[in-house]
Design a protein around this ligand. Structure first.
Ligand SMILES: Nc1nc2c(c(=O)[nH]1)N[C@H]1C(S)=C(S)[C@@H](COP(=O)(O)O)O[C@H]1N2
Ligand SMILES: [Mo]
Length: 362
């Protein structure tokens, strides 16, 4: 049985809370991901909110706190639709777990990345209406879903520095691919923070608070930090590693699939690459000899500043097993790290090492 209106072949890491990604092959060939294919990451039970009684409270360091219904949001602010890729910080964690175990975290593959067109209003317009005060440094977001991951349990929340929060691409969204948000994706209204780790795009948003400080809750202060390899995540000083915001340059091979068998000869290798924030991917290289020689893939133009780019290249497969490797470059000339060992971290975030699949040709 599929759940939450997702396709039958989702790779379900946990049923409750629901954590699932599509097989990466399902992402291939689709610059926009179908809603039934879009990954879903949840830290607690999915709330069932009534859109008619739902209200968004905006308070904190603002001139006049406001409370808005969905109808108010839709009537009082300019509607915007934007294609945006969401990527979970745990995307490709399986590659890190293969290096060294990461207890208590799901082994996401490269499917915890998906793209939708989101419709809503700019958070910045709503903050303008409330009159953001100069002392505000961060904008905090709170939701009603209570997670049992922290002890004691707490409701999900996050924050974004005021500069990003007031950027026009940051949306309070009520629709995904032209339809009302489904419950797992945050109905009736969620935040969408383009170019930043998925964890900041708070679903089932109810409360926006402008603050001098970042959100003090577990999911902002403690989780989503890149701890040093020897740190114990249970006891580590929260300041021991950077709090993740903008997404790091990454790529994945979507076809052929890892472990597939195919006839020897030409094969089309396809994948996605994503550089985070509004950066573009400048080049994608593919190697069939573990990085001794490389050819350049054809990289699609992005649908906008906030999306992944798909790429493809024909490669000749000799008989036997070939490891195909892909790596992306961004406009600063930065390249992905080569091995998962280079970036292993105790919570298993941001595996942006070179993508690899093994294919056997007969
Ligand atoms: N309220 C709430 N918002 C949340 C989460 C959550 O558990 N609760 N998970 C976050 C994480 S880690 C990710 S990657 C994205 C996933 O969004 P999706 O389920 O629509 O793909 O939602 C984010 N927003
Ligand atoms: Mo995430």
């Amino acid at each position: 049985m599929s759940s939450w209106d997702k396709r039958e072949d989702m790779l379900v890491h946990e049923q409750d809370p629901y954590n699932a990604e599509p097989p990466v092959s399902a992402l291939a060939g689709h610059p926009v991901t179908a809603v039934d294919t879009f990954y879903s990451r949840n830290h607690g039970p999915v709330p069932d909110l009534d859109p008619t009684s739902w209200r968004l409270r905006v308070d904190g360091l603002v001139e006049h706190p406001v409370e808005l219904s969905l109808a108010d949001l839709q009537a009082r602010f300019v509607e915007r639709t934007l294609p945006v890729t969401l990527q979970c910080a745990g995307n490709r964690r399986a590659g890190l777990i293969a290096v060294r175990d990461i207890p208590g975290e799901d082994p996401w593959q490269g499917g915890a990345t998906s793209t939708a067109t989101w419709t809503g209003v700019a958070l910045g317009d709503v903050l303008d209406a409330a009159g953001l005060l100069e002392e505000a440094q961060h904008v905090c977001f709170q939701a009603p879903d209570v997670s049992h991951i922290p002890d004691p349990p707490e409701a999900y929340g996050a924050s974004v520095p005021v500069g990003k929060a007031t950027s026009p691409e940051v949306l309070l969204a009520w629709a995904m691919n032209g339809r009302a948000l489904t419950p797992v994706h945050g109905a009736p209204v969620r935040l969408v923070v383009p170019g930043w780790i998925g964890a900041r795009s708070v679903k089932w948003l109810q409360h926006v608070t402008a603050s001098a400080e970042s959100f003090p809750g577990h999911f902002q202060a403690t989780a989503y930090r890149l701890l040093p390899p020897a740190a114990d995540p249970g006891t580590a000083d929260a300041a021991a590693g950077p709090s993740l915001g903008p997404v790091a340059l990454n790529c994945e091979i979507l076809a052929p699939g890892d472990g597939q068998t195919r006839p020897a000869g030409p094969v089309t290798v396809t994948g996605y690459a994503y550089a985070g924030e509004d950066r573009t991917v400048e080049r994608v290289d593919v190697s069939a000899d573990r990085g001794v020689t490389w050819v350049q893939a054809r990289v699609d133009a992005p649908d906008g500043p906030w999306t992944w780019q798909h790429w493809r290249i024909d490669v000749d497969l000799p008989p036997g097993t070939t490891e195909l490797t892909a790596r992306a470059w961004d406009p600063t000339g930065a390249l992905q790290p080569q091995q998962p060992e280079d970036l292993w971290n105790p919570k298993g975030y941001v595996n942006n090492s070179w993508a690899r699949v093994r294919v056997t040709a007969t």
